[in-house]
Design a protein around this ligand. Structure first.
Ligand SMILES: [Zn+2]
Length: 267
């Protein structure tokens, strides 16, 4: 079990377990999560899933490997942390040395904590490693805000957002509606499904927030999974959500604002 707070995380956990189980592990991952969240604990959960010999994808939490990961003394795992305010070039240089060493187990794992504080020079050095990652090395970048990382780094990593908020009823509704839209359901079907959310102003406001969050999550998730949408479309949908908010603020009817939005996202 990787982590069990919030339904978003159990969804993320399932996806990570599936990636390991199906042996689709990429060379580099970015996990972005709130600053007050213990992202290293999250990374340890993922790493145990990768290394634990008992259950592919999951982890037993009891074997000697899981135990070493938990206690931070697994020989193949190295953590890099910031020195002062930032992760400096020296840390990345030592990563590059470490990653060349033959692992004791199946792979070297490098965890860069607070990776979004990397200096431009450090990011540049890391980019070279990400362009040609040696063997089965796995690089995990933990970050509060991945927008601080260079686009060239982002494009070479599989990105996940860890969300600690439990899913609300509006999130569930938004997820259902967005899912229908992405699957190509018709406008009137989606309006029917949305029910009171297209009539009640309060509900409409809440739904808009949930929809925006879900679209933003979709926009940062890339890589391993097959995508049925384009990033440009997703950004356009987020703009339409903002338009719907403006309409509500201008006291236009909730029905008008929401139907315009649903029309826009069903294309
Ligand atoms: Zn284990």
């Amino acid at each position: 079990m990787i982590l069990d707070t919030g339904r978003e995380n159990s969804r993320l956990k399932e996806r990570l377990e599936r990636i390991v189980r199906e042996k689709r592990i990429s060379h580099a991952y970015i996990f972005e999560g709130p600053s007050d969240m213990d992202k290293e604990a999250f990374a340890r959960g993922f790493i145990k899933g990768v290394l634990c010999p008992k259950d592919l994808g999951e982890n037993c939490g009891m074997c000697s490997i899981c135990d070493k990961v938990d206690h931070g003394n697994h020989e193949d795992i190295t953590y890099f942390r910031k020195d002062g305010m930032s992760v400096k070039d020296a840390a990345i240089e030592s990563l590059q040395e470490k990653i060349k060493v033959r692992p004791i187990g199946e792979r070297n794992i490098m965890v860069i904590c607070d990776s979004d504080t990397m200096t431009p020079k450090a990011q540049n050095s890391l980019l070279k490693t990400l362009e040609e990652p040696p063997g089965d090395a796995l690089i995990v970048l933990l970050s509060d805000n991945m927008e601080n990382l260079a686009p060239t780094i982002l494009s070479r990593c599989v990105k996940f957002r860890i969300d600690v908020q439990p899913e609300t009823v509006e999130d569930e509704e938004a997820r259902r509606l967005i899912g229908m839209a992405l699957k190509g359901c018709r406008f009137h079907e989606i309006v029917r499904e949305a029910g009171d959310y297209v009539r009640d102003r309060e509900k409409a406001w809440l739904l808009l927030d949930s929809m925006e969050r879900i679209y933003r999550d979709l926009a940062v998730e890339n890589g391993a999974e097959v995508r049925s949408y384009k990033i440009e479309d997703i950004c356009g949908y987020v703009d339409h959500i903002e338009e719907a908010r403006l309409r509500l603020k201008r006291k236009m009817s909730a029905e008008y604002a929401m139907k315009e939005l649903l029309l826009a996202i069903t294309g």
